[in-house]
Write a protein that binds this ligand. Structure first.
Ligand code: GDP
Length: 433
């Protein structure tokens, strides 16, 4: 049984917390796209963690965590992150790395930096983890698969030489930066081989066998629908698909095996980096929400950058759920809204004088103005509540209003950053998986 846990918004919806929670009942947790460019904050009995590359299932003894073929694999980062969690007394995680995953090379990180520098004000707001150059090379067929680390020396050296010709022209002429040293790169890859060797296998075969054996499997998404390169706010998107459908490719499983899709939806909006954001708020109103947001304020887990804030956007979130193919929704960070008298919800976009409930492509989106419906606040702290019926009436009304707009059942309501801060609604935990 495969369940995907994915974001319906711009990322930072709390997927890490939901994955950590559902991992208790799962056997295998897989990252299928992205790299170390976004973080999942998790608070559990071992402490507080910001995971970037490791799947959020690493905190249990019984789980196997997989870096799928679709991931941008930064090997030193993976090793560092494993050491970091073990330093906080988490038992050594059982990790498998796909032999078909490709490597984030040191020059990908450099190219990411140089390009953002070159773009100046027009930059993407990249986390400079090398992700865009990595995926560009993967699809230009000049990337390095993990399996190539195990190739004969001559084959690997020849490929390095071929790739360096191209890279060094750009380094010299576009960026005026030092060239890549082929020998140094070869030695780096040898080190990478040693570091990753204990974990490498054909993960697709491993997962397909596990599916046959009836194991419970989670696919953990990074970022959200609105950062998907096809369906997001292009070009201010990420470079790999953030959709559950891509889980089939990025993990190497048949698409029909993904039976359930939990879209994680945040009770208000937040985004990092540049791009269209229709229900964005500014000034004091935004500062207040930012300060209270998440578990310790809305600052990116990778960069520490302040997140952009906004009211709940039903147009974007319904679209986000639809493209994910959500079978249920986990509504997160609801507790943060307990200070507000009134809650604006964006229920439509006004574009060229017409109101629409459909999320358009970027050129139209750039012209969209939010149409709000105002709901009354509940003005109480809802943390600690475990039964849906005990939530204040206005809070339940907010949830049910959002559910109607999303057209997907909200089965989980998260009212705090900890593992146990969760309310199951109309469905038991085991039915969600
Ligand atoms: P992810 O990338 O989707 O896993 O999300 P992040 O970890 O980047 O951001 C979510 C933030 O919200 C983290 O700081 C979480 O600890 C926190 N968080 C998750 N769920 C809740 C919740 O229900 N209430 C509060 N207050 N914080 C939450």
């Amino acid at each position: 049984m495969v369940t995907a846990i994915v974001g319906a918004n711009w990322g930072d919806e709390g997927k890490g917390k939901i994955t950590d929670m559902l991992s208790q009942e799962s056997d295998i947790i897989i990252r299928f796209q992205g790299g170390s460019n976004a973080g999942h904050t998790i608070i559990n009995n071992y402490g507080k963690f910001a995971l970037h590359l490791l799947p959020s299932g690493v905190f249990y003894n019984h789980t196997t965590c997989i870096i799928g073929n679709g991931v941008a694999l930064n090997i030193p980062y993976l090793v560092k992150e494993m050491e970091e969690v073990m330093a906080k007394n988490v038992p050594k995680p059982r990790i498998l790395v796909s032999d078909r995953a490709q490597l984030v090379m040191p020059y990908h990180i450099k190219f990411d930096e140089y390009e953002e520098e070159r773009l100046g004000k027009a930059s993407f707001g990249s986390t400079k983890s090398g992700i865009a150059p990595f995926y560009s090379d993967k699809y230009a067929k000049i990337g390095f698969q993990v399996s190539e680390l195990f190739a004969d020396e001559k084959i690997l050296r020849d490929k390095i030489a071929r790739v360096c010709v191209q890279k060094n022209v750009i380094l010299e002429h576009l960026y005026q930066k030092p060239a890549i040293n082929e020998e140094e790169l070869y030695q780096t890859l040898r080190k990478y081989k040693e570091m990753v060797e204990p974990y490498v296998c054909d993960t697709s075969a491993f997962i397909q066998k596990a599916i046959k054996e009836g194991k419970r499997i989670l696919l953990e998404g990074q970022l959200g629908t609105l950062k998907d390169p096809d369906f997001g706010i292009y070009p201010m998107v990420t470079s790999s698909s953030t959709l559950a459908a891509y889980g089939a490719i990025g993990a190497g499983i048949p698409p029909y095996e993904i039976k359930k899709i939990v879209a994680v939806v945040k009770a208000y909006s937040s985004a990092v980096g540049a791009g269209e954001f229709v229900s964005e708020i500014f000034g004091k109103e935004a500062d207040e929400l930012r300060k209270r947001g998440g578990d310790s304020g809305e600052f990116g887990a990778t960069t520490g950058r302040p997140r952009r804030m906004g009211w709940f956007d039903a147009v974007a979130s319904r679209y986000g759920c639809k493209l994910q193919g959500a079978t249920s929704v986990a509504l997160t960070v609801l507790d943060v809204l307990g200070y507000l008298e009134k809650l604006p919800v964006c229920v439509g976009y006004e574009i060229d004088g017409k109101v629409t409930k459909e999320f358009p492509a970027t050129t139209s989106l750039a012209k969209a103005k939010p149409v709000y419906e105002i709901l009354p606040g509940w003005k109480t702290d809802i943390r600690g509540i475990r039964n849906y019926e005990e939530l204040p009436e206005n809070c339940r009304n907010y949830i049910e209003f959002i559910e109607k707009e999303l057209e997907v059942p909200i089965t989980m309501v998260s009212n705090g950053p900890n593992r146990e801060d969760i309310i199951y609604r109309n469905m038991e935990k085991k039915e969600i998986l």
